[in-house]
Design a protein around this ligand. Structure first.
Ligand code: ZN
Length: 153
């Protein structure tokens, strides 16, 4: 069950689909901004919704799913295979701003996210969460004591 995804070639196909069970996030927000496609992991989205519910305030989404070709175009490393291409990553910003970032990180770990990326100079520009695992080839904390974290230049 871990890797079941909800997919559509155009996000609008999911706007009234009862399978979209995450009331605080829309297919439009989670769509690939290059292709308009959507692919999201059910478990990942359940985690994101749980974080949103526990936080109790809006989480603005800047980037959700990215198709491999769009990821190649927008990432510095020119990758076709980042966490966003798996439909299990989000770049977001909490309504409460930078002082709520530690709280969101705590909630993310509590609700099963595994990794975060932060731009420390301008955190509102990039705050990434995903739930990728070591067995899928992604770096995580080996001691499983918290999120694996990196920073963006
Ligand atoms: Zn990201």
């Amino acid at each position: 069950m871990r890797h079941l995804h909800l997919k559509a070639d155009h996000y609008s196909a999911l706007e009234r689909d009862p399978a979209w069970r995450w009331p605080h996030f829309t297919p439009y927000e989670m769509r690939c901004q290059g292709t308009e496609k959507v692919k999201v992991g059910f478990v990942f989205m359940d985690r994101l919704q749980a974080i949103r519910k526990a936080y109790g305030r809006p989480l603005s989404v800047f980037s959700g799913y990215r198709s491999p070709e769009w990821n190649l175009a927008v990432t510095k490393r020119k990758s076709r295979t980042g966490a966003h291409t798996h439909g299990r990553a989000v770049d977001l910003w909490p309504a409460g701003g930078v002082e709520d970032v530690p709280l969101i990180l705590n909630l993310a770990w509590t609700h099963g996210m595994t990794r975060c990326g932060l731009m420390l100079s301008r955190p509102e520009q990039r705050f990434h969460l995903d739930d990728m695992t070591a067995s899928e080839g992604f770096a995580v904390r080996e001691d499983s004591r918290g999120l694996f974290c990196w920073t963006y230049p």
